[in-house]
Design a protein around this ligand. Structure first.
Ligand code: NAD
Length: 519
């Protein structure tokens, strides 16, 4: 296949990016262009000794970084915000080449770190400032809550949004005074490496942000054992492994995991809006968004109408490999992942599901392309009925009552995202509040929730622990230190004072403080 690679992706540029990855034994991994399967660059692989050295370097840099006043640290991110947006086309080229997604999704991904920077540039000064809480004895004691950086934060990122998860989750940690050791997925290490280069161009001290590479089980243990906190995004199965190890080491972790997200359509929903939403929800990023939808619940009274319109719109989608805005949908990330998605569809069909459209690989377009697929008749004895498929595959179900729709939507171990569509927003919100899900979008699939950087976003049930964004998105990267000061020795009886007198005074004082509202 002949596909013109973007002019920005020269061999020198790619080799320069991966030169940042420490590898003392010279081992490499073949990082390929997903659309063609051709080699892009040999990615160095880090040994446990390399990872330990990365932590030593990061830790030394962190001590100096944390000494800088917050205002100075934030200056770096003001410059980075502009730089990230000015270089968005190059970042987009990298994301497309390493992940195979279409250009629309890649360029949208480049906007995430600047949005996160913008939010915390405003919010960090307030959140990281010391807070005077007042001590037990008015005027004579003080207690202050101080936010100290954790130290070196280990970040483990997946391949589906490598730039957003690798870089955005680092920003608030860096602002809070931490260093970073990031482990991206081997397949998608280029865009986060470029993100680190941009941060350094904006003034981030060299050494503060380390990137190590390798297969997860090979490098994960050393990374977790050296980190002061772990931020993980990936599958529920791996999240369990990471959480167990962090627990043994008594360090904190945030786990952003998988989903099997439902979309409930109420009977007063607008048909065109629903179809447009479902197209993005099921096939955006080739169905590889943690918050995308895999289960759609339609009212029985309008089932045929929604189904037919959705199938028609799906069949009109263009699929293909291109570094321009032509194709509506790109490739899956790898032939291996394509086989996994295919196995879910094949299993469903073998057990009685019907393919309404799609259902097949498209080797004529590239090694990992798969058609946008709509299934009917999916049940819980099928892989696609219970576990995350993470591809362009969605199952349609009908319901008779809203209670039934809520029950079906909640009938899953996951709880990451849900979407409710209806003409009456208040009713749709009431339905949304009944869903066991960390995020609920009304009349949208996911963008409104994910782009609301002021609100924490995380999963419940098997979809995660903790959250990114919002106040906790930066506070989780800090330890609370209480600084308590006693200005005059007033605790306990004075020398020679009768103890009964002292107790009487103390009890009277407590009553008075309660009455006057002082404490
Ligand atoms: P994955 O769990 O296989 O891998 C994620 C990362 O963990 C990769 O960098 C991988 O190399 C690493 N890893 C694997 N085993 C490891 C181990 N034992 N120790 C340390 N690191 C290890 O997930 P994936 O297939 O790359 O990503 C897709 C999954 O991520 C989906 O389940 C998706 O829903 C989820 N995801 C969740 C969110 C969210 O915010 N909740 C966002 C994006 C993706």
């Amino acid at each position: 296949m002949t596909l013109q690679r973007p002019a920005s992706l020269t061999d020198d540029f790619l080799r320069g990016l991966v030169a940042r990855v420490p590898s003392s034994d010279g081992g490499t991994w073949k990082l390929t262009e997903v659309y063609t399967g051709e080699l892009l660059v040999e990615l160095p692989q880090s040994t446990p000794a390399d990872i330990e050295q990365a932590f030593v370097t990061a830790r030394a840099a962190q001590v100096e970084w944390a000494k800088r006043p917050l205002k100075q640290r934030l200056e770096v991110f003001k410059r980075a915000h502009t730089l990230f947006l000015d270089r968005a086309q190059t970042t987009t080229d990298l994301i497309q080449a390493e992940s195979g997604k279409n250009r629309r999704m890649a360029i949208e991904e480049t906007c995430d770190p600047p949005m996160v920077m913008s939010h915390y540039l405003k919010r960090a000064p307030k959140l990281l400032a010391p807070v005077k809480r007042g001590g037990p004895v008015p005027f004579l004691t003080t207690s202050t809550e101080i936010r100290q950086p954790k130290g070196v934060v280990g970040i483990i990122a997946p391949w589906n949004f490598p730039f957003a998860t690798g870089i955005s989750d680092s920003i608030s940690a860096l602002m809070a005074g931490n260093a970073i050791v990031l482990k991206p997925d081997n397949k998608t290490a280029l865009s986060p490496l470029y993100g680190v280069q941009l941060l350094e161009e904006a003034g981030l001290p060299k050494g503060l942000f380390q990137v190590i590479c390798g297969e997860g089980p090979d490098v994960g243990p050393t990374l977790i054992d050296n980190a002061n906190y772990v931020m993980f995004t990936g599958s529920t199965a791996t999240g369990r492994v990471i959480g167990e190890r962090a627990g043994r080491n008594l360090i904190g972790c945030c786990l952003e995991l998988g989903g099997k997200n439902p979309m409930i359509v109420l009977d007063d929903a607008d048909l065109d809006d629903v179809v447009q939403g479902a197209i993005f929800g099921a096939f955006g990023n080739t169905g590889q968004i943690c918050m995308h939808i895999e289960r759609m619940y339609l009212p029985e009274s309008r089932y045929a109408e929604f189904r037919d319109a959705f199938v028609k719109a799906t069949e009109a989608l263009s699929i293909g490999a291109a570094y321009d805005f032509g194709p509506d949908m790109g490739s899956l990330v790898s032939p291996d992942h394509m086989e996994r998605v295919k196995s879910h569809v094949d299993d469903a069909v073998a057990k009685g599901a019907t393919v309404l459209t799609g259902g097949k690989p498209r080797p004529d377009l590239g090694p990992a392309f798969f058609e946008p697929t709509i299934l009917e008749g999916v049940t819980k004895d099928m892989l696609a009925g219970v576990t995350e498929t993470f591809g362009p595959v969605v199952a349609l179900h009908s319901y008779r009552t809203v209670d039934e729709a809520v029950e079906l939507a909640n009938d899953t171990d996951y709880g990451l995202n849900a979407s409710v569509w209806g003409g009456d927003v208040a009713t749709a919100c009431q339905v949304g509040k009944r869903l066991e899900s960390g995020n609920v979008n009304v009349n949208d699939i996911l963008a409104t929730a994910f782009a609301s950087k002021g609100t924490p976003s995380g999963g419940v049930k098997q979809s995660g622990v903790g959250a990114r964004h919002g106040d906790q998105g930066i506070l989780k990267y800090t330890d609370v230190q209480q600084l308590a000061v006693l200005k005059k020795q007033v605790m306990g009886a004075r020398p020679g004072q009768d103890y009964d007198e002292y107790v009487k005074g103390m009890i009277g004082g407590l009553k008075m403080m309660r009455k006057t509202g002082i404490r």
